[in-house]
Ligand binder design. Structure first.
Ligand code: GLC
Length: 578
């Protein structure tokens, strides 16, 4: 088996050190979000004549930093106003306190916070004495398998925690090291992978005798099932934008190496092929759900990340040379992608009723049931699950296939990227409230719902003993998802939902040893094969807490609605009136 290795000497060279972080960003009141979201460069002057609403909200949020109960106020903010105000406030924090959370507590912090920070710092991985990531789990009782690696997706909540705590250095190191890994040749057996592929994970080997550090990356060639990490490149772009947004340091993203890293990732997913859809065609297990779970095709998690990565790349790319050409392609794809997902992946009561009454075998442009979905294929559980109020993006759409399962990451990231329209985002929040026991249960948050059982489990998972019903990826509950839920709740102006979920987490997570996942319909049991001290369970909690305490952090990971993007005009009811 080939392993992509690169030594200490090969890494980290030829990289421009962007130096210090932009101090101007510490000045509250700068319309930073607008600069990053719309026209990231050149720097624009400070807006001093903001509207009353904007002023009132940003004042509310900055006053919330020092008031003992800031979040009570936030609950009264309407959703459309919410992000606007939050993104106005630059999320810059300066000065890192080694060993202590650099948080601005105005009331007694929960003991889990300091436990969490201690545990998170124990997971740091160093390369040539510099922190470059966090390992997936520090479980002393379990065989580590690949959990002793730095996973790109797992590092995201750690990175956000460090950024929110004013410690951007590790994030910069991580971004640069993974960029170096991207540029090495990747092979599986005799096959060479695309140039832009980012690793799923890497580990650092220290040789104490030769005093060298070696990085060993996995692009899927060692992973169980040889699954492709399609999400890694997207997370990398999203994290780069979070870093820029948080620090105000444009230099890192502007480096030719970073610009090239972005365009290499984009080349992979914007290339022309046989597709009739703007969504990205993927193999099973290509993302957080990294085992066979019947998500091949067009899984919602990848589509939401794809959308968010495209929007982030649009902010980061310099409008010159190759970048300029890519910006045009990004716009076209965003337009088509948002239409497709908002129109065809969306499910609410009215839409379910439409599908239930679909005609089939429709041909030509006038077809309403475009994918020829047979109404008999709608599983029974959907009719009970879908409330009158609420909706969500279903798991997958392709010819004659609608996977009606709920997937948390795809839906939360759709809210954060504004792939979901404001109405759809509100409906997803309504669904959380209406279906609390199913989606949140005793331990937030179900990664998918419902579980595959019996014959379905045998056929779809290939009899996977780890993905038995209501366990792991198959209906298990993953505390890491708390940060995404919290961010989405704040964006939609419903932080009370997040607060309720966090309170539930605080009852058990640390006492249980920060497990990776919980089992059972309600998520009541520590997962059968769950690792303890799973890093992203820890970081996810810390990020959720920091965001609730200071909602301006949302700007790092939330994107405002792009008003120019086409809204779907729903004409489906013609199916049965034709
Ligand atoms: C599991 C998860 C995957 C994660 C890895 C390391 O395999 O499914 O998403 O990256 O563990 O924590």
């Amino acid at each position: 088996m080939e392993t992509a290795t690169t030594t200490a000497e090969g890494l980290g060279q030829n990289l421009v050190d962007p130096g210090g972080y932009c101090n101007a960003a510490t000045d509250h009141g700068i319309d930073f979000a607008k600069m990053l979201e719309v026209k990231p460069r050149p720097m624009q002057p400070i807006h001093t004549n903001r509207s009353f609403d904007e002023r009132a909200l940003s004042e509310l949020i900055s006053s919330g930093l020092s008031s003992p109960r800031p979040l009570r106020q936030l609950e009264t903010v309407k959703s459309s106003e919410c992000l606007e105000g939050l993104l106005l406030s630059p999320s810059i924090r300066s000065g890192s306190l080694v060993g202590t959370p650099n948080m601005h507590h105005s009331f007694e912090p929960h003991p889990m916070i300091s436990d969490g920070w201690d545990a998170l710092r124990r997971t740091l991985v160093y390369f040539r004495s510099k922190p470059v990531g966090t390992i997936a789990a520090m479980d002393p009782s379990e065989d580590s398998l690949n959990y002793n690696q730095v996973f790109v997706r797992d590092f995201v909540p750690s990175a956000l925690a460090f950024l929110m705590n004013g410690e951007p250095e590790i994030v910069k190191n991580f971004l640069l090291k993974t960029l170096r890994l991207q540029s090495i040749e990747k092979r599986i057996d005799c096959f060479t992978l695309g140039e832009g592929v980012m690793p799923a994970s890497f580990k650092v080997l220290h040789d104490p005798i030769r005093k060298t550090d070696t990085m060993i990356a996995d692009f899927g060639e060692s992973a169980i099932g040889r699954v492709a990490p399609v999400d890694s490149g997207f997370w990398w772009i999203i994290l780069l934008r979070a870093y820029v947004k948080s620090t105000g340091d444009h230099n890192l993203a502007d480096m030719p190496d970073c610009q090239r890293g972005i365009t290499l990732i984009l080349t992979l997913c914007l290339s022309d092929g046989f597709d009739t859809f703007p969504t990205l065609l993927c193999a099973d297990g290509c993302c957080m759900v990294d085992r066979r779970m019947g998500i091949y095709g067009y899984p919602i998690e990848i589509q939401s990340l794809f959308f968010m990565a495209l929007r982030s790349a649009k902010i980061l790319l310099k409008p010159e040379g190759e970048g300029k050409e890519f910006l045009g392609r990004i716009d076209k794809r965003l337009h088509a992608l948002s239409f497709h997902i908002r129109e065809y992946f969306w499910l609410d009561h009215a839409q379910l009723n439409n599908i239930y009454r679909y005609k089939t075998e429709e041909y030509s442009h006038t077809a309403v049931n475009k994918f020829n979905v047979i109404p008999d294929s709608i599983p029974d559980w959907v009719f009970d699950f879908l409330p009158m109020k609420g909706g969500y993006f279903i798991g997958n759409v392709s010819p004659a296939l609608m996977d009606f399962r709920w997937f948390a990451i795809g839906n939360c990231m759709a809210i954060l990227s504004s792939l979901a329209t404001p109405d759809q985002a509100t409906a997803i929040m309504d669904l959380f409230e209406e279906r609390w026991p199913e989606l949140i249960g005793d331990m937030p948050l179900k990664v998918t719902y419902p579980a595959l059982e019996g014959h379905d489990w045998r056929i779809v998972t290939g009899c996977d003993p780890k993905n038995t019903r209501w366990s792991y990826h198959n209906g298990g509950s993953w505390p890491v998802l708390l940060w995404m839920l919290t961010a989405a709740c704040i964006k939609v102006g419903r932080p009370q939902i997040a607060r309720r979920a966090i309170e539930q987490v605080e009852q058990r997570l640390s006492k249980d040893g920060w497990p990776e996942y919980y089992d059972g319909k309600l998520g009541r049991y520590v997962g059968k094969q769950a690792r303890k001290f799973q890093t992203w369970s820890i970081a996810g909690y810390l990020v959720a807490k920091m965001m609730l305490e200071d909602p301006s952090h949302l700007g790092m990971i939330g994107l405002e609605e792009d008003k120019k993007m086409k809204k779907p005009c729903l004409t489906r009811s013609a199916s049965w009136t034709a």
